[in-house]
Design a protein around this ligand. Structure first.
Ligand SMILES: [Zn+2]
Length: 138
């Protein structure tokens, strides 16, 4: 049923709100998770009322999401060392900070070079010559 027919608008939906089945199916996860608000939620709801194929797809997806909610949360293997567990937790909870932690040398060099470039830019802008700076430092 995913051929040209699935691209047809929902049959029962009012003409002004008809949206293609593909568009509705792309919004189903958000709709079922109550993350779709306003006009789009209304459009999906009306489409589902008038389109049995999309309504069946929504029902299947809802069952799948319910099974996923009931599934136990994955946990790290107990064979991992405490530091590996902390590292794994940090990578999942704060991926950007973890990236910075892992690549701290790249980050440090980038910050240092950026600071040097800023100092040189200010010096260039102020037309500072090395002997002037040495005079100020005395
Ligand atoms: Zn449909």
């Amino acid at each position: 049923m995913k051929g040209a027919r699935s691209r047809l608008p929902g049959r029962g939906a009012p003409a002004r709100r008809r949206i293609p089945c593909d568009a509705v199916r792309g919004l189903l996860v958000e709709y079922l998770g109550h993350e779709l608000g306003g006009e789009r939620a209304v459009m999906v709801r009306e489409h589902l009322r008038g389109c049995p194929e999309c309504a069946a797809e929504a029902a299947r997806l809802e069952r799948t999401l319910a099974l996923l909610r009931e599934a136990p949360a994955p946990s790290a293997p107990s064979a991992l060392s405490p530091s590996s567990r902390r590292r794994l937790h940090r990578a999942v909870a704060h991926p950007l900070l973890d990236w910075v932690f892992v690549h701290h040398r790249i980050v440090a060099w980038t910050v240092a070079l950026g600071a040097l470039a800023a100092v040189l830019a200010v010096a260039w802008r102020c037309r500072l010559r090395p002997e002037t700076v040495i005079y100020w430092l005395r």
